[in-house]
Design a protein around this ligand. Structure first.
Ligand SMILES: CC(C)(COP(=O)(O)OP(=O)(O)OC[C@H]1O[C@@H](n2cnc3c(N)ncnc32)[C@H](O[C@H]2O[C@H](COP(=O)(O)OP(=O)(O)OP(=O)(O)O)[C@@H](O)[C@H]2O)[C@@H]1O)[C@@H](O)C(=O)NCCC(=O)NCCS
Ligand SMILES: Nc1ncnc2[nH]cnc12
Length: 291
């Protein structure tokens, strides 16, 4: 049977949607920029697999390619004013595609969650011609979906992160999103803008931003792997790096590599900070391409 032209030319709404395409493309580029960055204490990079035995650069590349359609679709859903249930189902489907691509390894679960909501909020604001500047993007996440994020029952099985929240009373990813991503908008993005303004190239500006996040974020990955002592160790070392001048000090790369080795020796991995770094890259790049 010959299908009508209409059927052949039908494209998914998100594909035909320039706002969704921009957000989707920008999200994948942000995940790649984070992955390709080095040195990143304890984390996977082209240099090595950090504190991880079960994943490497290839695992993350397969993961971020599998998520291309997800970020485009969730931005399109946000543009349409979708409610939390729609976004959650897209997020669950995205997680499934990620796990299928990685053989069940949890590479970007935090990014599926955090950058997913930011992409949805970007779709909502760009469709309505609203600015992406200041804390507006995070405010949209909190205003439109914050209450539902906190009310949603944790997925079974309970994640390492949720267990860390229960055990250590940390805020975790949900509270961060429901509050409009304060760590991202009041800490990470200003650090990125300041490093670039002070003359750092993009690589050094991203390293500076990562250390700024590591010094402050209550990263449930660190709590899961190293308890309060692990989190306190990384926060303290990151703060010392920044107090000595960060990426603007002579020998900064050797300093950062020394912390990488110390994290690997302790099996510590600030995965939450890695996700927030990718989120900062996402928002910064989106702002560049949008009024
Ligand atoms: C909505 C959920 C995704 C939230 O899940 P949950 O409530 O369980 O919260 P967390 O698991 O704590 O958060 C999810 C991930 O967020 C990252 N993260 C950690 N701390 C923070 C923080 N303070 N602020 C922001 N983000 C944070 C972190 O992601 C990274 O860790 C992942 C690896 O985790 P894990 O495998 O446990 O660690 P490993 O060291 O690899 O373990 P082993 O090697 O020992 O095995 C990695 O993926 C990074 O991304 C947190 O994990 C969920 O409940 C849910 O409902 N999902 C359904 C979809 C949905 O609702 N989506 C919303 C619409 S988009
Ligand atoms: N580069 C990375 N290494 C380990 N965990 C991560 N989670 C997000 N990005 C990561």
């Amino acid at each position: 049977m010959i299908r009508s032209n209409a059927a052949v030319t039908q494209v998914p709404a998100d594909f035909a949607n320039p706002v969704a395409a921009l957000a989707g493309r920008t999200a994948v580029r942000a995940l790649y920029a984070e992955l390709a960055l080095h040195p990143k204490p304890g984390l996977v990079s082209p240099f090595d697999s950090g504190s991880h035995d079960d994943m490497d650069m290839g695992t993350f590349l397969r993961s971020l390619f599998a998520l291309r359609g997800y970020f485009r679709a969730i931005a399109a859903a946000g543009a349409e004013g979708a409610d939390f249930a729609v976004l959650r189902d897209l997020g669950i489907a995205g997680e499934r595609r990620m796990l299928a691509a990685t053989g069940g390894i949890n590479t970007h679960r935090g990014a599926v969650f955090g950058i997913g909501f930011l992409a949805a909020a970007a779709g909502w604001r760009m469709r309505r011609g609203r600015t992406l500047r200041g804390t507006a993007l995070g405010g949209t996440v909190g205003d439109l979906w914050g209450a539902d994020i906190l009310a949603a029952a944790p997925q079974a099985p309970v994640s390492h992160g949720a267990r860390a929240v229960q055990r250590y009373g940390a805020r975790g990813a949900r509270q961060e999103a429901a509050d409009g991503f304060p760590t991202l908008f009041t800490l990470a993005l200003p650090a990125l803008d300041r490093a670039l303004a002070d003359g750092a190239d993009p690589e050094r500006a991203l390293v500076q931003t990562l250390f700024t996040l590591m010094a402050e974020l209550e990263d449930t990955n660190l709590l899961h792997r190293g308890g309060s002592a692990g989190l306190t160790f990384v926060q303290g070392e990151a703060r010392r790096f920044l107090d000595r001048g960060g990426v603007f000090q002579a020998g900064w790369r050797a300093e950062a590599l020394a912390l990488h080795r110390a994290c690997v020796a302790r099996r510590l991995s600030p995965g939450g900070s890695a996700d927030m770094l990718a989120a900062a890259h996402f928002v910064h790049a989106l702002r560049e391409g949008w009024a």
